[in-house]
Design a protein around this ligand. Structure first.
Ligand code: GCO
Ligand code: MG
Length: 400
């Protein structure tokens, strides 16, 4: 079997998604997702101009070899744009392999270890009472784990990660937000105190720092949050501060998660091998796909580090499906972040994981179980959008 065509499509059914279709001479095709929030067209161009010509004529069954060829063969390795493009190809190839075998991808990865993947959703609000409301709604829907984010007084809601409403959809420049670490450091323990006082004790809570603190600030916050028994504190530091995880670890027993900004297994290695985190949460769509992520899971297993793959709304249902296939198949799965996609997204990208009673599953359809309606995608052309930029009160860009 040979690859005959590689097609890249950028569509915006509410948010921008970069989708890759790989066609074969056997008639079987696969779809991948290569979305990189705020830099979508760079990935699309890399796929069209540089990667597609390398794939034509290759055997789609040789996923590992294709991954090695694309990731090592470029000489300049890694980086978000390249690893996202490679992930898009990788998902499409796993989809093809599954369709050829007549098996879901989790079966090719070793088969089910569990009946469903424990899922978490987001709860955010301008104050603790509003967050409490959102958590209660999530509990109503069956969630056992919820991520809580709150507005920070004085800094303005728009400056708080996870609380600002909506995403830019017009051709606009990035939103610039004001954010101050001291106000944030006061707000988060207050939020957790409120939630632990008012919510059923069995609900598991997560908080995402979004890499905004210095090492000593992060260690202090993690220690202050100990009484509230977090499921984990997410991304306390930027990935550049690998060794500073030691400092946080020395000061607290709050469980830590890290990894959505890693782009390969080497970056993930130090925090795993030194047991500096409890959950590794790389983004399958930015780390090179299932091929790299399953190795990271295998590296993490003997260290007692569990997986919590990144699952926000700005990566599409195909990555979410890949997440769940891996969640079902690896022994050291921890938890899966998820979002509910709107009707417009589901019309363009049908299929994907299903949610029930706090758990995610994928059916037994061959491959990843997702598809793309190209006519529907064409109705939603790309619209330039950026992630927000954070500034301090003095006007300088926040050095997180
Ligand atoms: C999360 C993430 C996201 C990122 C987003 C950037 O944990 O869900 O931090 O919300 O901000 O994926 O594009
Ligand atoms: Mg995060």
């Amino acid at each position: 079997m040979r690859i005959t065509r590689v097609k890249t499509l950028v569509t915006c059914p509410g948010r921008n998604y970069v989708l890759v279709k790989i066609e074969t001479d056997g008639g079987v095709y696969g779809w991948g997702d290569a979305t990189l929030n705020g830099r979508e067209l760079a990935v699309a161009s890399l796929l069209e101009q540089h990667i597609a010509p390398l794939l034509i004529g290759r055997d789609p069954d040789r996923i590992e070899d294709t991954f090695q060829f694309l990731s090592r063969g470029s000489y300049w390795r890694g980086g978000p744009v390249q690893m996202t493009a490679i992930a898009g190809v990788d998902f499409a190839l796993w989809d093809i392999k599954g369709k050829n075998a007549g098996l879901p991808v989790y079966s090719l990865l070793g088969g089910r270890c569990r009946e469903g993947a424990l899922a978490y959703t987001h709860a955010s609000g301008r104050d603790a009472a509003a967050v409490e409301e959102r958590v209660l709604e999530a509990i109503e829907r069956g969630f056992k784990v919820v991520r809580a984010q709150v507005g920070v007084e004085g800094a303005g809601l728009r400056g708080t990660y996870g609380v600002a409403e909506g995403q830019p959809t017009e051709a606009a420049l990035p939103r610039e937000e004001i954010w101050e670490p001291a106000a944030y450091r006061r707000a988060v323990p207050r939020l957790l105190e409120h939630l632990r006082t008012h919510l059923p004790e069995e609900i598991e809570l997560i908080h995402d720092v979004h890499e905004r603190l210095t090492p000593i600030e992060a260690a202090g916050l993690a220690r202050e949050l100990e009484p509230y028994r977090l499921f984990f504190l997410e991304d306390p530091l930027r990935p550049e501060h690998q060794e500073s995880f030691r400092l946080i670890r020395r000061h607290t027993t709050t469980p830590l998660a890290m990894g959505e900004l890693y782009f390969n297994k080497w970056e993930a290695l130090p925090v795993i091998a030194e047991q500096l985190v409890d959950y590794i949460r790389c983004d399958l769509g930015h780390i090179g796909g299932i091929t790299e992520a399953r190795k990271i899971a295998a590296i993490a297993e003997p260290y007692g580090v569990k997986t919590a793959w990144h699952g926000p709304g700005d990566i599409g249902p195909i990555v979410h499906a890949a997440n769940v296939h891996l969640d079902l198949a690896v022994p050291n799965f921890g938890v899966q972040e998820m979002v509910f996609f709107g009707d417009q997204v589901r019309e363009v990208i049908p299929g994907g994981p299903t949610y029930r009673g706090g758990y995610l599953d994928v059916g037994d359809a061959p491959g990843l179980g997702t598809d793309v309606d190209e006519a529907a995608a064409a109705k939603h052309p790309y619209r330039r959008a950026y992630l927000p930029v954070t500034r301090r009160l003095d006007g300088s860009v926040h050095d997180w």
